[in-house]
Design a protein around this ligand. Structure first.
Ligand code: F6P
Length: 521
């Protein structure tokens, strides 16, 4: 990136831009919004509260050209092995093209649909002959966060015939034990979701679930009916005890954090039904088409990604807040934490050399109105410069009579916050002085339904890809998480043998204290 002409031009432009306050940009051009927003299919992307000029946008587009974004997009959609360190494609987009599914995809969809229908029609029965009332999805990372986020966001679209769906991920098993206290083993179905089917978090929880069933079931044979497995590894599923008719497959060309579009989305399909689930895929597919076919200047994922690059590499911002003004998007920031930071939290270029520039910022977030009463103080008066994404929906199906009042309150707060961050307010009293000048995007969507949620998720996926191309990194591996897993196994060995030999003094003394406190009252 740094060797491009556009990079030098952008550096030059950033020197002037950094000295301009956002409110001055609005004063210079009161119709700034006209030049810095894009629309597509019920989505408005307003980036007028970013410190950009038309010159900056043009140079960012030049940077995209110099980094060959167009050919990378083609390679993504063609299913090339762009995840070169694992020699795999990153072909999640192929899962959203429901009109022309690949044969192996179509076969798994049929199997998924049949299981979903059996559950809805109360034909899928537990060991006592009673239909399933509760499904527990056991999985972590991409095998948890996507389905968790979507089922929560689209709770209002839940089918009346759908059972409860719960999510368990933490390996301390507390979530699982809390749930099991209230559930009936005879009517509980476990979904063991793991791309690799080797993740210790998931497998240890699955064993605990199996033990619970064995304690209650009339005989061990019937327990197998209470497990559905979702993985790329049928051999491991069979070895674990999942019967083939209850195995759902996907493939190594679907990354874990992109897997909600695969059979990992089973719990979403259970809740929404196939129609609702397909609407979500169609929304994502619409975004794919937009990303693939729209000139970069009008391309929302391209611009969203490039503006992030501008903020990170030229305005030196290293934090990104995600602020949805809708409590249904409670888990959206957690979902994006994995999507963005596991994808682009890298410091090695594709050719193996170290990067000489910043890559993924620290991303975090919270439902906006709650975050206002928690960390917005830092956004308004702290020392950190933060880029924020506000996410808002125009239509709001409120169940209460006071719905429109709450909607107005919500809208007012969202718009007030992005305006306050932009404009600030001067005061002679430093304690009451608001510098403003904090940049933000606003994504305004018509409504939070399966279609628009599909669009929104795909938008961020493509943003991540755009940035990875500019930064010349592979967005689709995650070697950084391996060392921790290896050391955890090593420390587990020390714990089981009660030995601290060879450990550093911090780890050794923490362990010794744990052992001592473990036996104290
Ligand atoms: O440890 C990180 C990770 O590999 C993620 O990339 C992945 O989503 C998660 O663990 C779960 O992996 P699996 O689905 O193979 O159990």
């Amino acid at each position: 990136m740094i060797e491009t002409q556009a990079y030098s031009n952008l550096q030059r432009l950033s020197e002037t831009m950094q000295t301009q306050h956002l409110k001055e940009l609005f004063a210079q051009d009161p119709n700034r919004f006209d030049a810095f927003h894009l629309r597509m299919d019920g989505m408005l992307f307003d980036f007028s509260k970013q410190k950009v000029s038309t010159e900056v946008v043009d140079e960012l587009l030049n940077l995209a050209d110099e980094q060959q974004l167009e050919s990378w997009i083609k390679r993504l959609f063609d299913g090339d092995r762009i995840n070169h360190t694992e020699s795999r494609a990153a072909w999640h987009t192929a899962l959203r093209d429901v009109s022309e599914p690949r044969p192996e995809v179509a076969q798994q969809w049929r199997k998924l649909e049949s299981l979903v229908n059996q559950i809805h029609q109360k034909q899928f029965r537990g060991y006592s002959g009673k239909p399933i009332t509760d499904i527990i999805n056991i999985g972590v990372g991409g095998s948890d966060l996507g389905p968790l986020m979507v089922t929560h966001a689209l709770e209002q679209d839940r089918l009346a015939c759908a059972p409860e769906v719960h999510f368990v991920s933490t390996l301390d098993a507390r979530q699982l034990h809390t749930l099991l206290r209230h559930l009936d083993p005879a009517t509980t179905l476990f979904v063991i979701a793991s791309k690799s089917f080797t993740t210790i978090d998931t497998l240890s929880l699955a064993e605990t679930a199996k033990e619970w069933l064995l304690q209650h079931a009339p005989n061990p044979q019937v327990v197998v009916n209470h497990f559905v497995g979702i993985s790329t590894n049928p051999t491991k599923m069979t070895e674990w005890g999942i019967i083939p008719s209850q195995q759902l497959l996907f493939w190594d060309w679907v990354g874990g954090r992109f897997s909600l579009w695969s059979t990992i989305g089973f719990s979403i399909a259970v809740r929404l039904g196939m129609t609702g689930y397909n609407e979500m895929l169609a929304g994502a597919h619409a975004m794919d088409q937009h990303f693939k076919n729209t000139p970069f200047k009008q391309n929302i994922p391209v611009l969203l990604g490039l503006i992030g690059v501008w903020n990170t590499n030229f305005l030196n911002l290293s934090a990104q807040a995600i602020l949805p003004y809708d409590s249904r998007l409670k888990y959206f920031a957690s979902y994006l934490e994995q999507l963005e930071m596991e994808s682009n939290g890298k410091s090695t270029r594709r050719d193996g050399s170290p990067v000489e520039y910043r890559t993924c910022p620290i991303l975090w977030g919270e439902v906006g109105p709650n975050a206002q009463h928690a960390f917005y103080q830092l956004l308004h008066q702290g020392t950190e410069r933060v880029m924020s994404d506000f996410i808002l929906f125009s239509q709001w199906n409120s169940p209460s009579k006071r719905g429109s009042f709450h909607q107005n309150l919500n809208i007012a707060n969202c718009l007030a916050q992005s305006r306050a961050m932009m404009i600030g307010e001067s005061s002679e009293d430093r304690h009451k002085h608001y510098p403003g000048d904090q940049v933000s995007n606003t994504l305004l969507l018509k409504q939070l339904d399966a279609h628009h949620l599909g669009m929104l998720i795909a938008l961020y996926e493509h943003k991540v890809f755009v940035q990875s191309v500019i930064w010349d990194i592979n967005a689709f591996d995650q070697w950084g998480v391996e060392l921790g897993k290896k050391l955890a196994l090593n420390i587990l060995g020390h714990i089981e043998e009660k030995s601290v030999e060879g450990l550093d003094s911090s780890t050794a003394n923490l362990l010794k204290t744990i052992w001592k406190q473990h036996h104290e009252n």
